[in-house]
Design a protein around this ligand. Structure first.
Ligand SMILES: C[S@@+](CC[C@H](N)C(=O)[O-])C[C@H]1O[C@@H](n2cnc3c(N)ncnc32)[C@H](O)[C@@H]1O
Length: 273
């Protein structure tokens, strides 16, 4: 079963590779400014803070109390030290996400899936004026993440020890986000349910980021549906991440798959798709 899934993931990665364009094939100023921010700007030096916290968690042999949602890796019966490797984003990945939030000038951010707070803090570093609302059902993970937020001196992070569904049906009513990261409970049905609840709010200017869109056939199916939303102005498929931007000021609809120029350096001039 695992081998079958792996072969499917490799096939999908190859399909993505051959279809993808790079930043240098993009003509839309809005999309180019987002891609310039994620690919061409330097990372912030705060990575050091996360490195220290990661090092501390790497020694943490407490068992993870429960596994919540359909995840990319099974956490139950594993230690926190293992959880940080299996389910937390790297600084590189969380910086990529945080730079998208920065490029669209986010002021109010929601993260579904705090885990140990790696992306939460990175979102805050890159968007120091934004309030970051982060949701996690596992209270043990959230407790550790909160300790990290306090040690980092960040005071604009608001935590919710809830299931995503509960949060979206209650607290979400009082928050007006311009950026939402959906990073947990990676199944077709859950992803579609969260998307529908978010869309019901009819937020005019909103950037949605879905993680792990090619983790399973179900996630890719959800992404294919979400990315065909005709209300969206810009839809970018970054292979693992899917970004959907709603913007009343943008007239043209843009749909594309984007890969780093480093991985497809010959995709220029005559060779461009
Ligand atoms: C992949 S991890 C998030 C990683 C984190 N955003 C990062 O970048 O480091 C997913 C997290 O979502 C939580 N989760 C999964 N399904 C959930 C649900 N339905 N409600 C609340 N939390 C959930 C899991 O406990 C897990 O910690």
């Amino acid at each position: 079963m695992k081998l079958k899934k792996l072969l499917w993931q490799i096939r999908e990665a190859l399909r993505f590779y051959f279809q993808a364009s790079t930043i240098y094939n993009i003509h839309s100023p809005l999309l180019f400014s987002i891609l310039k921010s994620v690919y061409l700007s330097d990372d912030l030096p705060q990575a050091e803070l996360q490195k220290n916290f990661r090092n501390a968690l790497n020694q943490d042999n407490e068992l993870v109390s429960e596994e919540v949602g359909a995840g990319s890796s099974s956490l139950s019966k594993n230690t926190i030290a293992k959880a940080i490797k299996l389910s937390s984003s790297s600084y590189r990945k969380s910086s990529f996400i945080a730079k998208i939030a920065q490029a669209v000038q986010s002021k109010t951010i929601i993260e579904l899936g705090t885990n140990l707070g790696m992306t939460t803090t990175t979102l805050s570093y890159y968007n120091p004026f934004a309030n970051v609302h982060t949701v996690e059902a596992n209270d043990q993970l959230l407790r550790k993440a909160k300790a990290f937020f306090i040690n980092s001196g960040i005071d604009k992070i608001h935590t919710y020890n809830k299931y995503f569904q509960d949060f979206l049906n209650t607290d979400f009513g009082n928050i007006y986000p311009d950026f939402i990261l959906i990073d947990g409970d990676h199944s077709y049905q859950s992803t579609m349910d969260y998307f529908k609840l978010i869309k019901q709010k009819r937020i005019a200017q909103l950037c949605l980021v879905f993680d792990d869109i090619r983790w399973s056939k179900g996630m890719l199916m959800a992404w294919n549906k979400i990315s065909s939303d005709t209300d969206a102005s810009v839809v970018v498929d970054f292979h693992n991440l899917g970004v959907v931007l709603y913007s009343p000021n943008s007239r043209n609809q843009i749909r594309c798959k984007i890969i780093s120029h480093r991985l497809k350096p010959f995709n220029l001039g005559l060779f461009a798709k």
